[in-house]
Design a protein around this ligand. Structure first.
Ligand SMILES: Nc1nc2c(ncn2[C@@H]2O[C@H](COP(=O)(O)OP(=O)(O)O)[C@@H](O)[C@H]2O)c(=O)[nH]1
Ligand SMILES: [Mg+2]
Length: 143
C-alpha cells in the first residue's frame, strides 16, 4: 500500500475523493490543516495556492511515497508550476476530478495537460462525487 499525499487547489475535490476512496459518507468538510487518514495525507488547498507555503508541502511529503496532484476539470486556473514534481523526492501522479461536470472533452484534456506539465507520470480521471473510475486510483494506491 502506498502512502499518498494529496495536493491541489481549494475546492478541487481532494477531500471528497478521499472519502470516496475510503468508502466514507461524502460530506463537505473544509480541510484546515494537514490531515492523515489511513494511508492518505490530505493537505489544505492554501498550500498550493500560496507559493510561500510550498515549503509545507515539501516537508509533509517526507511522510509520503507518492504525491498525487489533483486538478479539477472545471477550474481553468493555472495551479501547478511547470516541473513542480521535481520538488518531491518520490513519484508524482495526477488526478483530474469532477468528471461528472465536464461538458467538453477539451476540459479534460486541458486539466490532463496541466498535470503532465507539472510532472505527473500518469493521470487518472475520476469523479469523487459519483465514484466514476475511483476504483482505478484505489487499485493504484493499494498496490
Ligand atoms: N460535481 C462534483 N463535485 C465535486 C467533486 N469533487 C468535489 N466536489 C465538490 O466540490 C466542493 C469541494 O470539494 P472538496 O472535496 O472539499 O475539495 P478540497 O478543498 O479539494 O478538499 C464540494 O462542494 C464537493 O462536493 C466531483 O467529482 N464532482
Ligand atoms: Mg479538503
Amino acid at each position: 500500500m502506498k502512502r499518498a499525499m494529496f495536493v491541489g487547489a481549494i475546492g478541487c475535490g481532494k477531500t471528497t475523493l478521499l472519502q470516496q476512496l475510503k468508502h466514507q459518507t461524502i460530506a463537505y468538510d473544509k480541510t484546515q490543516s494537514v490531515e492523515f487518514f489511513q494511508n492518505i495525507i490530505d493537505t489544505p488547498g492554501e498550500y498550493i495556492e500560496h507559493r510561500q507555503m510550498y515549503t509545507f508541502l515539501a516537508t509533509t511529503a517526507m511522510d509520503a511515497n507518492v504525491v498525487v496532484l489533483i486538478q479539477s476539470a472545471t477550474d481553468q486556473r493555472l495551479i501547478f508550476p511547470e516541473a513542480f514534481a521535481t520538488m518531491f523526492g518520490c513519484p508524482v501522479v495526477g488526478v483530474v476530478t469532477k468528471l461528472d461536470l465536464v461538458t467538453t472533452d477539451k476540459d479534460i484534456a486541458w486539466a490532463q495537460r496541466q498535470l503532465r506539465q507539472a510532472g505527473a507520470t500518469q493521470v487518472f480521471q475520476v469523479s469523487g462525487l459519483t465514484g466514476t473510475n475511483v476504483d482505478q486510483l484505489r487499485a493504484y494506491l493499494d498496490d
